[in-house]
Design a protein around this ligand. Structure first.
Ligand SMILES: CC(C)(COP(=O)(O)OP(=O)(O)OC[C@H]1O[C@@H](n2cnc3c(N)ncnc32)[C@H](O)[C@@H]1OP(=O)(O)O)[C@@H](O)C(=O)NCCC(=O)NCCS
Length: 226
Protein backbone atom coordinates (compact mmCIF):
# COMPACT_ATOMS: atom_id res chain seq x y z
CA UNK A 1 0.00 0.00 0.00
CA UNK A 2 1.44 3.37 -0.99
CA UNK A 3 0.33 6.95 -1.44
CA UNK A 4 1.43 8.57 -4.68
CA UNK A 5 0.87 11.90 -6.39
CA UNK A 6 -2.33 11.76 -8.42
CA UNK A 7 -1.47 11.75 -12.13
CA UNK A 8 -3.28 11.54 -15.48
CA UNK A 9 -2.65 7.77 -15.53
CA UNK A 10 -5.01 7.37 -12.53
CA UNK A 11 -7.89 9.34 -14.04
CA UNK A 12 -9.94 6.37 -15.31
CA UNK A 13 -9.76 4.59 -11.97
CA UNK A 14 -10.57 7.63 -9.84
CA UNK A 15 -13.53 8.57 -12.06
CA UNK A 16 -14.94 5.10 -11.29
CA UNK A 17 -14.27 5.52 -7.56
CA UNK A 18 -15.88 8.98 -7.59
CA UNK A 19 -18.99 7.62 -9.32
CA UNK A 20 -19.29 4.72 -6.85
CA UNK A 21 -18.45 6.65 -3.67
CA UNK A 22 -20.51 9.76 -4.37
CA UNK A 23 -23.49 8.14 -6.07
CA UNK A 24 -26.47 10.49 -6.14
CA UNK A 25 -24.30 13.63 -6.01
CA UNK A 26 -24.36 16.03 -8.94
CA UNK A 27 -21.06 15.32 -10.78
CA UNK A 28 -21.60 11.53 -10.96
CA UNK A 29 -25.01 12.14 -12.58
CA UNK A 30 -23.08 13.61 -15.54
CA UNK A 31 -21.47 10.19 -16.13
CA UNK A 32 -18.03 8.59 -15.87
CA UNK A 33 -16.85 10.00 -19.27
CA UNK A 34 -17.59 13.49 -17.90
CA UNK A 35 -15.73 12.73 -14.65
CA UNK A 36 -12.70 11.53 -16.65
CA UNK A 37 -12.64 14.75 -18.68
CA UNK A 38 -13.13 16.79 -15.49
CA UNK A 39 -10.14 15.19 -13.72
CA UNK A 40 -7.99 15.30 -16.88
CA UNK A 41 -8.69 19.02 -17.02
CA UNK A 42 -8.23 20.00 -13.37
CA UNK A 43 -5.09 17.88 -12.85
CA UNK A 44 -3.35 20.05 -15.45
CA UNK A 45 -3.72 23.08 -13.18
CA UNK A 46 -0.67 23.80 -11.02
CA UNK A 47 -2.90 24.88 -8.09
CA UNK A 48 -4.41 21.38 -7.85
CA UNK A 49 -2.85 18.90 -5.43
CA UNK A 50 -3.92 15.27 -5.50
CA UNK A 51 -2.89 11.96 -3.99
CA UNK A 52 -3.95 8.42 -4.69
CA UNK A 53 -3.93 5.48 -2.29
CA UNK A 54 -2.66 2.41 -4.16
CA UNK A 55 -3.24 -1.20 -3.21
CA UNK A 56 -0.94 -3.34 -5.34
CA UNK A 57 -0.85 -0.56 -7.95
CA UNK A 58 -4.66 -0.28 -8.03
CA UNK A 59 -6.23 2.96 -6.77
CA UNK A 60 -8.33 2.32 -3.65
CA UNK A 61 -9.04 5.98 -2.95
CA UNK A 62 -7.94 9.51 -3.71
CA UNK A 63 -7.97 13.08 -2.50
CA UNK A 64 -7.93 16.35 -4.46
CA UNK A 65 -7.23 19.77 -3.01
CA UNK A 66 -6.82 23.15 -4.63
CA UNK A 67 -5.09 26.38 -3.63
CA UNK A 68 -7.75 28.61 -5.21
CA UNK A 69 -10.91 26.88 -6.47
CA UNK A 70 -12.59 29.92 -8.04
CA UNK A 71 -9.55 30.71 -10.18
CA UNK A 72 -8.98 27.06 -11.08
CA UNK A 73 -12.63 26.50 -12.15
CA UNK A 74 -12.56 29.64 -14.32
CA UNK A 75 -9.42 28.43 -16.08
CA UNK A 76 -10.83 24.90 -16.52
CA UNK A 77 -14.03 26.26 -18.08
CA UNK A 78 -12.09 28.50 -20.45
CA UNK A 79 -9.71 25.74 -21.50
CA UNK A 80 -11.93 22.65 -21.41
CA UNK A 81 -15.51 23.95 -21.19
CA UNK A 82 -16.46 22.72 -24.66
CA UNK A 83 -15.04 19.23 -24.09
CA UNK A 84 -16.66 19.00 -20.66
CA UNK A 85 -19.99 20.10 -22.17
CA UNK A 86 -19.76 17.42 -24.88
CA UNK A 87 -19.04 14.73 -22.29
CA UNK A 88 -22.00 15.87 -20.17
CA UNK A 89 -24.39 16.15 -23.13
CA UNK A 90 -25.72 12.55 -23.18
CA UNK A 91 -26.68 12.82 -19.48
CA UNK A 92 -28.23 16.27 -19.98
CA UNK A 93 -30.32 15.03 -22.93
CA UNK A 94 -31.65 12.23 -20.72
CA UNK A 95 -32.26 14.55 -17.73
CA UNK A 96 -32.66 18.17 -18.90
CA UNK A 97 -33.16 19.40 -15.31
CA UNK A 98 -29.39 18.88 -14.82
CA UNK A 99 -28.88 22.19 -16.66
CA UNK A 100 -30.12 23.97 -13.52
CA UNK A 101 -27.50 22.18 -11.43
CA UNK A 102 -24.79 23.17 -13.91
CA UNK A 103 -25.84 26.82 -13.60
CA UNK A 104 -25.93 26.43 -9.79
CA UNK A 105 -22.35 25.12 -9.90
CA UNK A 106 -21.15 28.55 -11.03
CA UNK A 107 -22.50 30.10 -7.84
CA UNK A 108 -20.85 27.45 -5.64
CA UNK A 109 -17.66 29.37 -4.72
CA UNK A 110 -19.86 32.42 -4.03
CA UNK A 111 -22.05 30.38 -1.66
CA UNK A 112 -18.96 29.25 0.20
CA UNK A 113 -18.02 32.93 0.54
CA UNK A 114 -18.62 32.96 4.29
CA UNK A 115 -15.35 31.01 4.67
CA UNK A 116 -12.41 33.29 3.79
CA UNK A 117 -10.12 30.39 2.83
CA UNK A 118 -9.21 30.08 -0.84
CA UNK A 119 -7.59 26.67 -0.41
CA UNK A 120 -10.02 23.79 -0.42
CA UNK A 121 -10.33 20.04 -0.17
CA UNK A 122 -12.43 19.38 -3.28
CA UNK A 123 -13.03 15.67 -2.96
CA UNK A 124 -11.96 12.59 -1.07
CA UNK A 125 -13.31 9.16 -1.91
CA UNK A 126 -12.42 5.64 -0.88
CA UNK A 127 -13.71 2.49 -2.61
CA UNK A 128 -16.65 1.03 -0.68
CA UNK A 129 -14.77 -2.17 0.15
CA UNK A 130 -11.79 -0.26 1.56
CA UNK A 131 -13.59 2.05 4.00
CA UNK A 132 -12.67 2.24 7.69
CA UNK A 133 -9.10 1.05 7.07
CA UNK A 134 -7.58 4.46 7.77
CA UNK A 135 -6.95 5.31 4.08
CA UNK A 136 -9.01 8.50 4.24
CA UNK A 137 -7.16 9.69 7.34
CA UNK A 138 -3.79 9.02 5.63
CA UNK A 139 -4.81 10.91 2.49
CA UNK A 140 -5.90 13.94 4.53
CA UNK A 141 -2.63 13.79 6.46
CA UNK A 142 -0.70 13.80 3.16
CA UNK A 143 -2.69 16.77 1.84
CA UNK A 144 -2.13 18.62 5.13
CA UNK A 145 1.63 18.06 5.00
CA UNK A 146 1.78 19.38 1.45
CA UNK A 147 -0.38 22.44 2.17
CA UNK A 148 1.73 23.21 5.26
CA UNK A 149 4.89 23.03 3.17
CA UNK A 150 3.30 25.50 0.74
CA UNK A 151 2.59 27.88 3.64
CA UNK A 152 -1.21 27.54 3.55
CA UNK A 153 -2.58 28.45 7.03
CA UNK A 154 -6.03 26.83 6.71
CA UNK A 155 -8.41 25.39 4.13
CA UNK A 156 -12.09 24.57 3.74
CA UNK A 157 -14.25 21.66 2.63
CA UNK A 158 -17.96 21.54 1.82
CA UNK A 159 -19.96 18.43 2.66
CA UNK A 160 -23.58 17.59 2.05
CA UNK A 161 -25.32 17.38 5.43
CA UNK A 162 -26.81 14.04 4.37
CA UNK A 163 -23.34 12.42 4.15
CA UNK A 164 -23.26 11.22 7.72
CA UNK A 165 -20.03 9.21 7.43
CA UNK A 166 -18.15 12.10 5.82
CA UNK A 167 -19.37 14.56 8.47
CA UNK A 168 -18.21 12.26 11.29
CA UNK A 169 -14.94 11.68 9.45
CA UNK A 170 -14.12 15.40 9.17
CA UNK A 171 -15.13 16.08 12.77
CA UNK A 172 -12.97 13.20 14.01
CA UNK A 173 -10.01 14.55 12.08
CA UNK A 174 -10.28 17.98 13.70
CA UNK A 175 -12.18 19.98 11.06
CA UNK A 176 -14.40 22.71 12.52
CA UNK A 177 -17.90 23.43 11.24
CA UNK A 178 -18.13 27.08 10.22
CA UNK A 179 -21.27 27.68 8.14
CA UNK A 180 -24.08 26.18 6.06
CA UNK A 181 -25.41 26.87 2.57
CA UNK A 182 -27.84 25.37 0.03
CA UNK A 183 -26.89 24.03 -3.38
CA UNK A 184 -28.58 21.55 -5.77
CA UNK A 185 -31.62 21.57 -3.42
CA UNK A 186 -29.44 20.20 -0.60
CA UNK A 187 -28.05 21.66 2.60
CA UNK A 188 -24.27 21.70 3.02
CA UNK A 189 -21.80 22.33 5.85
CA UNK A 190 -18.56 24.21 5.36
CA UNK A 191 -15.73 22.95 7.55
CA UNK A 192 -12.33 24.54 7.93
CA UNK A 193 -9.06 22.99 9.00
CA UNK A 194 -6.52 25.15 10.78
CA UNK A 195 -3.11 23.83 9.76
CA UNK A 196 -1.22 26.14 12.12
CA UNK A 197 -3.19 24.96 15.14
CA UNK A 198 -2.65 21.31 14.25
CA UNK A 199 1.01 21.85 13.44
CA UNK A 200 1.48 23.16 16.97
CA UNK A 201 -0.27 20.11 18.40
CA UNK A 202 1.97 17.80 16.40
CA UNK A 203 5.06 19.67 17.59
CA UNK A 204 3.79 19.24 21.15
CA UNK A 205 3.40 15.51 20.56
CA UNK A 206 6.98 15.32 19.29
CA UNK A 207 8.27 17.05 22.41
CA UNK A 208 6.21 14.68 24.61
CA UNK A 209 8.01 11.82 22.84
CA UNK A 210 11.35 13.20 24.02
CA UNK A 211 10.11 13.31 27.62
CA UNK A 212 8.09 10.10 27.89
CA UNK A 213 7.63 7.37 25.27
CA UNK A 214 4.54 6.07 27.16
CA UNK A 215 2.72 9.39 26.98
CA UNK A 216 3.41 9.55 23.27
CA UNK A 217 2.00 6.03 22.84
CA UNK A 218 -1.23 7.04 24.58
CA UNK A 219 -1.65 10.01 22.29
CA UNK A 220 -1.01 8.05 19.12
CA UNK A 221 -3.48 5.31 20.07
CA UNK A 222 -6.23 7.84 20.72
CA UNK A 223 -5.54 10.82 18.51
CA UNK A 224 -7.90 13.75 19.02
CA UNK A 225 -7.10 14.86 15.50
CA UNK A 226 -4.60 14.12 12.80
C1 LIG B 1 -15.59 9.80 4.15
C2 LIG B 1 -14.55 8.78 3.68
C3 LIG B 1 -13.59 9.44 2.71
C4 LIG B 1 -13.78 8.24 4.89
O1 LIG B 1 -12.72 7.42 4.45
P1 LIG B 1 -12.24 6.14 5.28
O2 LIG B 1 -10.97 5.66 4.69
O3 LIG B 1 -13.35 5.14 5.34
O4 LIG B 1 -12.01 6.78 6.71
P2 LIG B 1 -10.95 6.31 7.83
O5 LIG B 1 -10.92 4.81 7.88
O6 LIG B 1 -9.66 6.99 7.59
O7 LIG B 1 -11.67 6.87 9.12
C5 LIG B 1 -11.10 7.83 10.01
C6 LIG B 1 -12.09 8.08 11.13
O8 LIG B 1 -13.26 8.75 10.62
C7 LIG B 1 -14.45 8.24 11.28
N1 LIG B 1 -15.28 7.54 10.31
C8 LIG B 1 -15.00 7.27 9.02
N2 LIG B 1 -16.05 6.64 8.43
C9 LIG B 1 -17.01 6.54 9.36
C10 LIG B 1 -18.32 5.96 9.37
N3 LIG B 1 -18.85 5.39 8.27
N4 LIG B 1 -19.03 6.02 10.51
C11 LIG B 1 -18.52 6.58 11.63
N5 LIG B 1 -17.27 7.13 11.70
C12 LIG B 1 -16.54 7.10 10.58
C13 LIG B 1 -13.94 7.27 12.33
O9 LIG B 1 -13.72 7.99 13.52
C14 LIG B 1 -12.63 6.80 11.74
O10 LIG B 1 -11.70 6.33 12.70
P3 LIG B 1 -11.84 4.81 13.27
O11 LIG B 1 -12.11 3.91 12.11
O12 LIG B 1 -10.51 4.58 13.92
O13 LIG B 1 -13.00 4.83 14.22
C15 LIG B 1 -15.25 7.55 2.99
O14 LIG B 1 -16.29 7.11 3.83
C16 LIG B 1 -15.84 7.86 1.62
O15 LIG B 1 -15.16 7.72 0.60
N6 LIG B 1 -17.13 8.26 1.60
C17 LIG B 1 -17.81 8.57 0.34
C18 LIG B 1 -17.29 9.82 -0.29
C19 LIG B 1 -17.51 11.04 0.58
O16 LIG B 1 -18.52 11.19 1.25
N7 LIG B 1 -16.52 11.93 0.55
C20 LIG B 1 -16.54 13.16 1.34
C21 LIG B 1 -17.19 14.27 0.61
S1 LIG B 1 -16.06 14.94 -0.59
Amino acid sequence: MTIKILEQEHVQAIAQIHEEALEGEFLPTLGVPFLEAYYQSILKDSSVIGFVYLEEDTPAGFIVGCLDTTRMFRKAILKSGFRLGLRALPSILKKPHLVRNILDTFSYPEKEGSAPEKAELLVIAIRNKDRRKGYGRELVRQLNDTLQQLGVPSYKVSVSQSHQAANIFYQQLGFERMATFSLFDKDWYIYTYDLNKHRDSRAELASIKLISPNMQHENIDHPAHI
